[in-house]
Design a protein around this ligand. Sequence first.
Ligand code: FAD
Ligand code: NAD
Length: 483
Amino acid sequence: MSNEYDVVVIGSGPAGYVAAIRCAQLGFKTACIEKWLNKADKTVFGGTCLNVGCIPSKALLDSSHKYMDAQNHFEAHGISVGKVEVDVPAMIARKDKVVDQLTSGIKGLFTANKVDGVAGIGRVTGSNKVVVTNKDGQQQELVAKHIIIAAGSVPIDIPPTPVDHETIVDSTGALEFQEVPKRLGVIGAGVIGLELGSVWARLGAKVTVLEAMDDFLPLVDRQIAKESMKILTKQGLEIKMGSRVSGSKLAGKGAKKTVTVEYTDKDGEQTETFDKLIVAVGRRPFTDSLLDESVGVEKDERGFVKVNDQCATNIASIYAVGDVVRGPMLAHKGMEEGVMVAERLADKKTQVNYDLVPSVVYTHPEIAWIGKNEEELKAVGIETNIGVFPFVASGRALAADDADGMVKLIADAKTDRILGCHIVGASAADLLQQIVIAMEFSASAEDIGLTMFSHPALSEAVHEAALAANGHAIHIGNRKRRK
Ligand code: FAD
Ligand code: NAD
């Protein structure tokens, strides 16, 4: 393998592996460096997303949802299954198998696309040079016309609750419990806290989520956030808002080990004892020992590699994509950035539309949103027409006995152009995608209203919300009836 490349990508998470594959498809000689070692000490591709993020968390969300369904909802359908039990090690092993299948899949895609997967830690030592150190300490230098940094992110640690990987864990540890903790504490009611808190609550843990902020899911439309809070609380998650964690004490030994968390809320100082504690207070860009100072790649005050809208850094030959740069830390955002950089290197004019990055919290029901919410639009004085359709009025949702939540669609009152869509409900992620596409085409609420939707389908709720925005939904009473 010659050490000269058109493109060297550092990191094989969704931003890096997609960038590498697209570069190779476009005819560039490409290498992708990865340092991740699995439990068997083997290099694996796929980054946070495939190894300890999106995929394993969804595997456990899906398994625990099936368990909860069997336990609580089968009877209503006339199905009796006797005593439903959970085998946690088997559940974790299935999750690991899914991860193995997908990380091997990336290796296969690299081979098929002629991307050289290089094992080791990459360090940018010049504007066209990367030194790779493998696990045995051997080094090789790769020379590249272009370098794409896709080094991702890692969990943030907070001093009051240092992670010991046993009683106090981060998101990675929370995917590995071998039994259901009786009392589980979660710090942070963000995406990870709600998703992984839900997994263990469904399996029987008493889950308490401590959140420093007063507003639940502050980026989400208030009506949708309020409804989501109501549903998740009904499911047994105890979410304590305005609770700022100040310290923790470990006690006991072995299986009897506990952690007592100290926090302050509106009533003063509080303590609560847990068998396990998950710290989920956000992630930080990972640039540790990645860049030689002499190269001069600029970072911002929070450690993100500084890039423009096309993901170019201040050094002409170096780009950066994914969690290591500004913007939401989401796999799909990183993937599109990877494609954009590859295509721009091939002189195409590809541009990521940063106004339309969909967000999803994969609880059940899912919470999904795109575009602006009601409060943001009010704040800038834009007049809107808002259509809300509850799933309880959807025939398909009722047939499935899965009718919590609603679709809220917001259109500009003057032009009828769709400005945002906010959903809490079963399959919200997939339902939302219809509106993401519509918004990419600058659709109006009327365009969606005039589109034929299959019956019976959950997406009829999206159709009806669009009709409701103009005052003529068919299957609910309209607040503002219009002709
Ligand atoms: P990463 O996936 O972090 O990949 C970076 C890679 O670079 C890693 O493999 C790392 O080992 C490697 N690397 C770093 N430095 C070097 C170096 N110097 N040399 C060689 N290799 C290096 N996002 C979603 O969109 N949907 C979800 O459902 C979702 N669920 C999540 C659940 C959890 C529990 C977590 C933790 C995250 C989740 N995310 C989700 C976020 C998502 O995982 C990240 O946004 C995404 O992985 C970022 O991709 P990336 O390629 O930028 O970085
Ligand atoms: P987050 O930013 O979503 O939530 C962290 C929460 O912790 C915030 O609500 C914050 O107010 C709270 N917090 C911070 N310090 C605290 C303290 N001392 N005490 C109590 N609360 C505190 O971060 P996360 O949940 O760790 O997720 C990290 C990233 O991973 C997110 O940016 C997200 O985009 C990504 N992710 C995405 C998905 C998804 O797309 N479904 C799933 C998981 C993770």
